[in-house]
Design a protein around this ligand. Structure first.
Ligand code: AMP
Length: 176
């Protein structure tokens, strides 16, 4: 993938100041999704990173991780697993708590979604503090799967989220 494509993706991500609250600059990826060429280009970044690595499943995080993760899984010809905010999954689940700026939240995954020894890649749109993806990583490891890598379209490097994900290797394509 050329650096010009990465730059076009970067230019398409829209900064929305003070959303969802004052002081947060929200990275809005909907202009990437709605553009045919750029949506495909964003999926190709993940796919190229996964090819040849014997990946068994893509795990996506609620909700924008579903958009990217499911397209990546489709292209690789592997299964897709959703990790959701608590209360949305119908079957038996494992739960992981994580801290937000104010208070706590919980993510859950079906107990039979990934199996011991499976090689799994975690996908989300954006890595900020890493709290959300660290909880997801915990669920994947608890199930006995091999978490090969966590991949993000965007990384807010100044928040040092990848430290929170250690020892999981992290790849991001657009760094801020
Ligand atoms: P964190 O747990 O802090 O790494 O936050 C990651 C999750 O929150 C991801 O699922 C992102 O979609 C969302 N998120 C956090 N900060 C931002 C931001 N500045 N812009 C867009 N999404 C964000």
């Amino acid at each position: 993938m050329g650096s010009d494509t990465v730059e076009r993706l970067r230019a398409a991500v829209r900064d929305v100041p003070d959303f969802p609250k004052k002081g947060i600059v929200f990275k809005d990826i909907t202009p990437v999704l709605s553009h045919s060429g750029l949506f495909r280009a964003s999926i190709d970044l993940f796919v190229e990173r996964c090819r040849g690595r014997q990946i068994d499943k893509i795990v996506g995080i609620d909700a924008r991780g579903f958009v990217f993760g499911s397209a990546v899984a489709y292209e690789l010809g592997v299964g897709f697993v959703p990790i959701r905010k608590r209360g949305k999954l119908p079957y038996k689940t494992e739960i992981a708590k994580y801290s937000l700026e104010y208070g706590e939240a919980e993510m859950e995954m079906h107990t039979d979604a990934v199996r011991a020894g499976e090689r799994v890649v975690l996908v989300d749109d954006l890595l900020a503090t890493g709290g959300t993806s660290a909880a997801a990583a915990l669920l994947i490891r608890k199930a006995g799967a091999d978490l090969v890598e966590a991949q993000f379209l965007i990384e807010l490097e100044f928040l040092e989220g990848r430290k929170r994900l250690e020892p999981t290797p992290v790849t991001s394509f657009l760094k801020y």
